[in-house]
Design a protein around this ligand. Structure first.
Ligand SMILES: Nc1nc2c(ncn2[C@@H]2O[C@H](COP(=O)(O)OP(=O)(O)OP(=O)(O)O)[C@@H](O)[C@H]2O)c(=O)[nH]1
Ligand SMILES: [Mg+2]
Length: 377
């Protein structure tokens, strides 16, 4: 597949260029506003960038209309109205190719022009799994603070701190009943135990636990152990129709935490299962995902859960991943709040609110005194 980027002052002009050069078999894979020129290519004049692809082998396999209609753009209206409802695999393939291309473009054109220290920092971020778009945005913010001053280690450190502080941290929302859902073994039950301890011991709230995980051997026992250590009530719900009465029995609880079985959410039936469990008033879904999973897998998971809705993301196993950069990718790609990050197996201590302090620790190695308390909301 031949990919080419066209830039023009507006969308119409860019599309004219595509038509003139690639003809009607061209596939519009992305349209976006970009800035160009000036210092290292950042903060400059805005124009429209259109990426078009032309299949060299089977030009008819991916018709322009079909792909163009499935392409989403954050800044421009869809090019063609009659878009198909579902994305197909070809679309995903084009997206992957585009992402790789963007990485390449950034790594080969912009990154080498950065001042040495900044380039090293950028490379570090890349090694830690931050994708090129998120890096580019962060580097732009750092450069903005930098101005034309020489990049020294201490200036860089200060500017990275500022850039982290200025990121948009969506405010998590918590309903009275929180349902923890996510793939197998990501740490749902352990996170509930940490959360329940904090709520009960530190915040002195009345806490109730519910588990619907009667699927995995030992799952009920696992939560029962935590419930009895804390001395909080636990309801075991074997059938979703029993959820109502179980919640009724816990009506005095100020916070109810619901554990669910880990599932392979690529299968639709399990999404339906979550839909049934979370259909109760006052209940919101907390999507638990592990930072040890690949970023594309986490994206697929988010896409599946968007069908049922969720309020916050909880990112687990920060201590076990070499790719903490997924946190920055999640922030860049989605508007869902990341409420907490878990940092180990110890209950209740290994859980942290997600904020710029945490990012500083992870990416700058800064020591912060967050104490032993997990501080859930
Ligand atoms: N390293 C590390 N391990 C964790 C963390 N959170 C949980 N674990 C471990 O991950 C394993 C699975 O944890 P669980 O809480 O049982 O995970 P789950 O999502 O409830 O699993 P299922 O119910 O089987 O889907 C256990 O060994 C936990 O101790 C974390 O933040 N870091
Ligand atoms: Mg569990």
């Amino acid at each position: 597949m031949k990919l080419k980027t066209y830039t023009a002052e507006n969308l119409d002009k860019a599309l004219d260029q595509v038509r003139d050069e690639l003809g009607s078999d061209a596939v519009i894979v992305q349209t976006k506003r970009v800035k160009s020129g000036g210092f290292l290519g950042f903060f400059q004049k805005e124009h429209m960038e259109v990426v078009a692809a032309l299949s060299e082998t089977k030009p008819k396999e991916v018709p322009v209309e079909e792909v163009a209609a499935t392409v989403t753009s954050p800044v421009v209206e869809p090019l063609i109205d009659n878009r198909p409802p579902a994305r197909d695999v070809r679309y995903d393939k084009v997206l992957v190719e585009m992402k790789e291309l963007k990485e390449l473009l950034y790594d080969q054109t912009k990154a080498p022009k950065l001042p040495k220290l900044l380039r090293e920092f950028d490379d570090d971020l890349k090694q830690q799994g931050v994708h090129s778009e998120a890096r580019m945005k962060l580097i732009a913010a750092i450069l903005e603070h930098q101005g034309d001053k020489r990049v020294t280690a201490s200036a860089l450190l200060q500017n990275v701190r500022k850039a982290f502080d200025e990121l948009e941290y969506a405010e998590p929302e918590y309903s009275r009943i929180l349902c923890f859902s996510g793939p197998t073994g990501v740490g749902k039950t352990t996170t509930i135990a940490k959360w329940a301890t904090e709520e009960f011991i530190t915040k002195k709230r009345k806490v109730g636990l519910v588990t619907t995980d009667t699927f995995r051997i030992g799952a009920v026992e696992q939560l029962k152990t935590y419930a009895s250590i804390l001395g909080v009530p636990l309801e075991v719900v074997t059938d979703v129709k029993d959820m109502g009465p179980a919640l009724e029995r816990l009506k005095d609880c100020e916070r109810i935490l619901i554990d669910t079985a880990g599932r392979n959410f690529q299968q639709e039936q399990f999404i339906d299962e979550v839909r049934a469990i979370t259909s109760y008033e006052e209940m919101t879904t907390q999507l638990v995902l592990s930072l040890t999973a690949s970023y594309p897998d986490s994206q697929k998971l988010i896409q599946s859960f968007e069908q049922v809705g969720f309020t916050n993301i909880i990112a687990t196993k920060l201590d076990e991943t070499s790719q903490p950069g997924h946190l920055l990718n999640l922030m860049h790609d989605y508007s869902y709040p990341i409420s907490y990050v878990t940092t180990g197996q110890h209950v209740p201590h290994d859980i942290r609110p997600f904020n710029s302090m945490l990012l500083r620790e992870v990416f700058l190695g800064e020591e912060t005194s967050h104490g032993s308390s997990s501080s859930t909301s």
